[in-house]
Design a protein around this ligand. Structure first.
Ligand code: HEC
Ligand code: HEC
Ligand code: HEC
Ligand code: HEC
Length: 160
């Protein structure tokens, strides 16, 4: 009886761990080796999402930068996609497809997802290679306690 109970406990612990493990794997999204590829690469398979994104300010927020701001890391980390990351934004000339808050700013770098997406159709390995519900991505750039527009205006006034 005692032994049976112990076995039940061990088995349920193992099930719990496996479940936790798969949840972690699900939550990891893009694998470590994934690189940023740019929003235009997503467009060919996700035209509908691309069109809605195109109508948001995220698609245009590089254009609010003026003068030297387009090379200022303090601005680029939030007004571009993947700045300072493998395959991410370098400059407007070198990486025009990574201007603004592109798909990968929220969904994570997409190179491995695209490779998998090319061979899978409606289901398959693409599933674990992209962050499907990137709910925590926003706070990388949005802080309710900082009014970024006002901050930018202050910095601009000080630079004059
Ligand atoms: C070669 C085609 C292809 C490309 C390119 C591609 N994907 Fe996908 N993607 C798929 C397929 C196939 C699925 C799974 C079926 C579906 O949801 O349409 C998918 C699913 C997704 C999902 C999950 C959708 C869901 O229903 O939960 C996200 C998010 C996503 N892709 C984002 C991206 C992003 C971001 C890019 C660009 C970096 C990208 N995809 C590029 C083929 C592609
Ligand atoms: C931590 C992320 C972050 C950084 C760093 C950042 N911004 Fe922003 N910026 C935002 C967000 C988010 C908004 C949207 C408004 C808000 O949430 O306050 C914004 C809005 C703006 C706006 C207003 C755009 C409009 O539609 O009116 C301007 C201009 C701007 N930023 C310029 C800059 C400049 C210049 C820099 C560099 C000195 C900079 N930002 C650095 C995240 C950032
Ligand atoms: C500002 C962050 C953000 C950006 C930028 C963004 N997404 Fe998403 N996307 C999300 C979130 C959050 C969800 C999950 C919504 C949900 O589960 O209700 C989502 C869901 C999706 C889905 C699955 C649901 C659906 O609507 O079909 C696809 C596919 C997708 N995004 C593709 C893209 C592509 C392609 C781009 C670029 C053209 C893009 N996303 C840009 C945050 C973003
Ligand atoms: C890489 C940085 C970045 C990330 C990640 C990001 N944003 Fe933004 N977001 C911005 C910037 C910068 C602006 C200001 C755009 C402007 O005013 O020109 C903005 C603007 C917005 C706006 C006003 C847009 C409009 O079309 O009127 C909303 C709403 C918003 N973000 C929501 C979100 C949500 C929700 C997420 C996460 C799912 C998210 N953002 C992720 C940088 C980001």
């Amino acid at each position: 009886m005692k032994l049976k109970k112990t076995i039940t406990v061990v088995v349920s612990m193992m099930t719990g761990l496996t479940l936790a493990g798969s949840l972690v794997a699900y939550a990891t999204g893009a694998p470590k080796e994934a690189k940023y590829v740019g929003t235009n690469k997503c467009r060919m398979c996700h035209m509908k999402s691309y069109k809605t994104w195109k109508g948001t300010k995220h698609a245009k927020n590089f254009d609010v930068l003026q003068g030297n701001e387009v090379t200022n890391p303090d601005c680029l980390k939030c007004h571009t996609t993947g700045y300072g990351q493998p395959g991410g934004f370098v400059s407007a000339e070198a990486t025009p497809g990574l201007k603004g808050t592109g798909c990968e700013s929220c969904h994570g770098p997409g190179s491995e997802h695209i490779k998998a997406g090319k061979v899978a159709d409606k289901s398959g390995p693409w599933d674990k290679k992209i962050d499907k519900t990137p709910m925590n991505a926003c706070v990388k750039c949005h802080n309710p306690h900082i009014n970024q527009k006002a901050r930018a205006e202050k910095l601009r006034a000080a630079a004059q």
